[in-house]
Design a protein around this ligand. Structure first.
Ligand code: PEP
Length: 259
């Protein structure tokens, strides 16, 4: 099965509204006409509607970096007394098609767990918002030889009990924590090994058809110089890009490497 490559930019806590508008103004002509790669940018919540207005009518899609959901008495809650939070329904209402969930920075600094990600994914499915679900091992875990075990626990728990048809439209981002923002990249072989493992796990959980439909992005210091060889691996279906997504020239080069 051929999967359409998907390159998404995670802007993190960066860019004022003026800077966000300027980045889209620079980026959109550089990638106009590319139709065989899906492209998304994920600004802060505050910039979602502004950036959404700028990308409307282009080939650039919109995503958020997080969304909040809890389950109370067996019901998914999309609004209420949760000061400072934004639900999947609100993210969708702001015009986003995608949301990044379980990013390692959210796991590290904000207490995100595989269990909370599972609830969030279900709340996203409820409002037809598509998740980009991040998994990845720390340096310590890689060095102690537990990468496969860590990834298996993350995938099994995040995707537990989910409907296969919705899983098929979801994206997994394999982001080795030691490679995020560090300039260190997994070799294409190292990344492929984990991507293959993730697909095998999804096949076991949801069947081969669903597993073959899921795009698995690589994230962790992906740059114009290393994108092509990473994207050439059979199970690497795109990239989740941090630092390099803040520069129109670099981000567009990565997108072109996926064409
Ligand atoms: C990320 O934060 O998702 C990421 C991959 O960052 P960077 O590209 O900067 O390593």
């Amino acid at each position: 099965m051929s999967r359409i490559k998907f390159i998404a930019g995670n802007w993190k806590e960066n860019l004022t509204l003026a800077e966000a508008k300027a980045l889209i103004a620079d980026l959109s002509p550089l990638v106009a006409g590319i139709s065989n790669v899906e492209i998304a940018v994920c600004p802060t919540f505050l910039a979602l509607t502004t950036v959404g207005g700028k990308v409307a009518g282009t080939n650039i899609q919109l995503g958020a970096q997080n969304a909040h959901a809890v389950e109370v008495d067996g019901k998914l809650v999309q609004s209420g007394a949760y000061t400072g939070e934004v639900s999947p329904a609100m993210v969708k209402d702001a015009g986003a098609q995608w949301v990044i969930l379980g990013h390692s920075e959210r796991r590290q600094y904000f207490g995100e767990t595989d269990e909370s990600v599972n609830v969030k994914i279900r709340a996203c499915y409820e409002v037809a918002l598509k998740p980009i679900v991040c998994v990845g091992e720390t340096l310590e875990e890689r060095e102690s030889g537990t990468t496969a075990k860590v990834i298996e626990k993350q995938v099994r728990t995040c995707f537990k009990g989910l409907p296969a048809d919705k899983v098929a439209e979801s994206v997994v981002a394999y982001e080795p924590v030691w490679a995020i923002g560090t300039g260190k990249t997994a070799t294409p072989e190292m990344a492929q090994e984990v991507h293959g493992l993730i697909r095998a796990l999804l096949a076991e959980m949801f069947g081969p058809e669903t597993a073959n439909a899921v795009r698995i992005q690589y994230g962790g210091s992906m740059k114009p110089g290393n994108a092509k060889e990473l994207l050439a691996q059979p199970d690497i279906d795109g990239g989740l890009i941090g630092g390099a997504a803040l520069k129109a020239a670099d981000f567009s080069e990565i997108i072109k490497a996926a064409v």
